[in-house]
Write a new protein. Structure first.
Length: 308
């Protein structure tokens, strides 16, 4: 356990450094926002393109893997929705809490950390998890909130959803990389070195940005936020792990799936909450609590999947 903890500690150390820099106001919140934008649009996109350009699309897509992750994640989503509705919350707030229960920080934390810890074999499964989260569940909550506010789904409400998917740099970079791989185009030396150089900024930049963004968050409605964090860190990996076992997903890919499911609540859930003005404080607190607890829970999950 100690050895696994020490391997993950540098990643959380960078998060802590970002938090400290922002907390002491040496690194202002405006700077954190611009750093996040740089990572999101440039560094992480370069990393994802380079990863995807080295993959075989036919080998990447595994029906059992997709069904296991979708099934386990949707089960947790329904549990989160049911728990919120049982407290009398409206549909939009319940959907946002359900989102907290199963959308992990795969882009900014999972891709850099899991690939380093588990090796290049983890690239395909991690990208598959990231794609499902963005295409399926982010679309789902957007449609639910639009339907709740306008008394049902309308064709016009699908336009911004589609625009958001098409304009997402992570999706664009992965699609472009996979297209490059399918065309079997070589990566010229200077281009590959450029992507390595730019993508190398993704890991420290993303982790530092996560920490800086946490400095501005406050813990409120503690009981609810703790429940959302527990659902994300414990219930979600258990659910996808059970689904992967039931569907006999290849063991290594199943382990990567479980590790990705064990990541803390993603920052983009708060972006959605802020955009729609739904449950911002609860989501913000769940991100903070789950990230703090993840220092312990993620090494534990890494240890367990290593022994599976």
């Amino acid at each position: 356990m100690l050895a696994v903890f020490l391997k993950t500690l540098p990643f959380f150390g960078l998060i802590g450094l970002g938090w400290l820099a922002a907390r002491t106001r040496f690194f202002p919140q405006e700077a954190a926002a611009w750093l996040t934008k740089f990572v999101f649009y440039f560094a992480l996109s370069a990393m994802l393109f380079r990863f995807a350009a080295r993959l075989d699309l036919a080998a990447l897509f595994d029906t059992r893997f997709v069904l296991a992750y979708l099934g386990g994640s949707f089960a947790v989503w329904l549990i989160g929705m049911a728990a919120a509705r049982a407290r009398g919350l409206p549909l939009s707030e319940a959907a946002m809490e359900a989102q907290c229960c199963m959308i992990g920080n795969t882009g900014f934390l999972g891709v850099p950390m899991l690939v380093v810890l588990l090796g290049d074999r983890a690239i395909g499964p991690v990208l598959m998890v990231l794609t499902i989260d963005m295409l399926v569940f982010s679309t789902l909550i957007t449609l639910i909130i639009h339907a709740g506010r306008h008394g049902g789904l309308r064709l016009a409400s699908l336009v911004p959803v589609g625009r958001g998917i098409v304009a997402n740099p992570m999706i664009l970079s992965m699609v472009a990389g996979l297209a490059w791989a399918q065309l079997r185009l070589p990566l010229p030396g200077p281009l590959d070195e450029f992507l390595v150089l730019l993508g190398g900024a993704a890991t420290p930049g993303a982790l530092f940005a996560i920490g800086a963004s946490l400095a501005g968050r406050r813990i409120g409605r503690l009981a609810v936020s703790v429940w959302l964090s527990a659902a994300k860190l414990v219930l979600h990996p258990l659910a996808v792990g059970a689904a992967a076992w039931a569907l006999r997903v290849e063991p290594f890919a199943a382990g990567v799936m479980v590790a990705a499911a064990a990541l803390p609540v993603a920052g983009n859930v708060y972006i959605l909450a802020q955009h729609f003005r739904v449950a911002q404080q609860r989501v913000s607190a769940a991100i903070l609590i789950s990230t703090m607890l993840g220092i312990v829970t993620i090494p534990l999950v890494m240890l367990l999947i290593g022994q599976a």
